[in-house]
Ligand binder design. Sequence first.
Ligand code: NAP
Ligand code: ZN
Length: 349
Amino acid sequence: MNTTAAYAAITAKTPLVPYSIERRDPGPHEVLIDILYCGVCHSDIHQVRDEWGGSIFPMVPGHEIVGTVVKAGRHVSKWKIGDTVGVGCFVDSCHECEACKEGEEQFCEAGMSATYNSYEQDGKTLTYGGYSTCITVSEDYVLRIPAGLPLERVAPLLCAGITTYSPLRHFGVKAGDYVAIVGLGGLGHMGVKIAKAMGAFVTVLSHSPGKRDDALALGADDFIATGEKGVFEVNAKRFDFILDTISAKHDYNDYLNLLRRDGTMVLVGIPEPMPLAAGSLVMQRRKLAGSLIGGIRETQEMLDFCAEHNVVSDVEVIPIQKVNEAYERVLKSDVHYRFVIDIASLKKS
Ligand code: NAP
Ligand code: ZN
């Protein structure tokens, strides 16, 4: 066992505090990873505050992990000591169901083992995430980080990157398509960069009018401030594809009306429920769908795609001692555009 420094939420109502966990020595097919950086996802906040229900405490969040392999089990064939690797939103799944066999482990029928706030496949060992100095993971659930990329800017690809790449690919977005990215936060800014790299004409829809210049600098072709009068009427039937990353309750119907005939809107944000009017879909044969992160194979494909297109996240690197402050800023939509924890700050403390 390895005693490991971490930050944890002890309850849903208290700030994260220094905490200590045990990491097991790697089994025959596992690796031990020394964590360098971990991104801060809005899902960390939803779960720490038990906004989805069923949170397990104490909770060590973090599922955008980049680090170095420091120990490998005796049967590990994919990794060697010193490799730079990533871990995303899950650390295991059943390996046997149809979803796992098709490389869509995030939809594992037995239930994937999420990186934190979850259990290992034994059903009883609690998982702890990347706000910690090391993690033990099965070699099949580890990603290769392409060489030459700044690691603190790669960490957010492990969740924000794959969560936006997967629906853009799955729903066949192609060069020349009119794509709207709704919400310019961690997911949204990655959606802009990835959709742009796919050749789409990208428009950001934001409730923060001050983000216009940033949106354009990130690569968007156009920007719509959703608070302005009449914007939903003026832009009706404009887009082929809408990716909705908003973390707070909002009216889907307004956005659906921006889709042209046969267009698709995909929800990736997970706010509280909101009623849907059938007419928003019926009138132009529109489609509404959802998407959850991505499988291991697709996550590797996304990392390679990002390396090829020089796509990385825009980050604000923080010491772990500032994580509670960072949460407050994320909640105010004041994130530019992902907080990433430098885990060296935890090793020193
Ligand atoms: P984030 O960085 O906080 O970004 C969310 C953005 O939503 C904000 O920056 C803001 O953009 C917009 N927004 C916030 N409050 C709003 C409001 N009241 N009205 C309208 N827009 C609002 O969060 P994130 O890390 O990108 O995550 C976004 C959501 O995706 C969260 O719910 C998270 O749990 C979920 N998520 C889902 C998956 C999945 O697999 N499906 C994976 C990761 C995360 P503007 O300022 O531009 O309006
Ligand atoms: Zn996430």
